[in-house]
Design a protein around this ligand. Structure first.
Ligand SMILES: [Zn+2]
Length: 203
């Protein structure tokens, strides 16, 4: 299999999603050209990029649905460049927005957790859990349904790990804000001192 992959890599070298330069999936020049969001800070959430940017949209899609896990690193770099530097993050814990068990089993990884791991070693991925799958906020067209769909979908395990701590919640796409709001609510009720959100893009 390894040899097969090597042959593939020679025949079809990895090309940058932006400029097609070989041997990189998203080069640093193209990364920094990704459009900034119209509103970089909204309802307690810092946002790194505009989802309408085609390179960004494709990167998130490949990371989420095509197993291109190596994209977690450049996307985390974008967060570091545009948000992380401005926050004092030393004593904060990172909590990724989780996937439901079913979804995790099918996909095999949580793309948001991969990004979070590239940001910091201070990560708590076993605290905030998703009880059941909810349709993504983009899929739910009805506004009412969109807001009720997420309520009660999270639960907390191992609350002692986060009690009195400051948490940075990480999500890939910020749409209505309902996911972040619901996650924040349950973290605060579990004794977390403060919650700040970071999303890669605003949808
Ligand atoms: Zn490039």
């Amino acid at each position: 299999m390894k040899i097969f992959n090597k042959i593939l890599a020679v025949l079809f070298p990895q090309k940058c999603l932006g400029c097609k330069k070989e041997n990189e999936i998203l080069c640093s020049d193209c990364l920094l050209k990704i459009n900034r969001p119209d509103t970089p800070y909204l309802n307690g959430v810092h946002i790194a990029a505009n989802y309408q940017d085609l390179v960004l949209k494709k990167s998130l899609w490949l990371l989420k649905y095509r197993g291109a896990k190596q994209l977690a690193k450049p996307l985390a770099e974008l967060i570091k460049e545009r948000i992380w530097k401005k926050l004092e993050t030393e004593d904060w814990f990172i909590v990724p927005i989780p996937l439901s068990k079913n979804k995790m089993r099918r996909r095999g990884y949580n793309q948001t957790e991969l990004i979070a791991k590239e940001l910091s070693d201070n990560i708590c991925a076993d605290v905030l859990l998703k009880k059941f799958h909810t349709k993504s906020q983009v899929e739910v067209k009805d506004k009412e349904e969109r807001l009720t769909n997420i309520i009660g979908s999270f639960e907390i395990k191992n609350p002692e790990k986060i009690k009195g701590k400051k948490i940075i919640l990480i999500d890939d796409v910020y749409t209505t804000g309902a996911t972040m709001r619901e996650a924040k609510k349950i973290l605060i009720s579990a004794g977390v001192k403060k919650v700040v959100g970071i999303a890669v893009a605003r949808g």
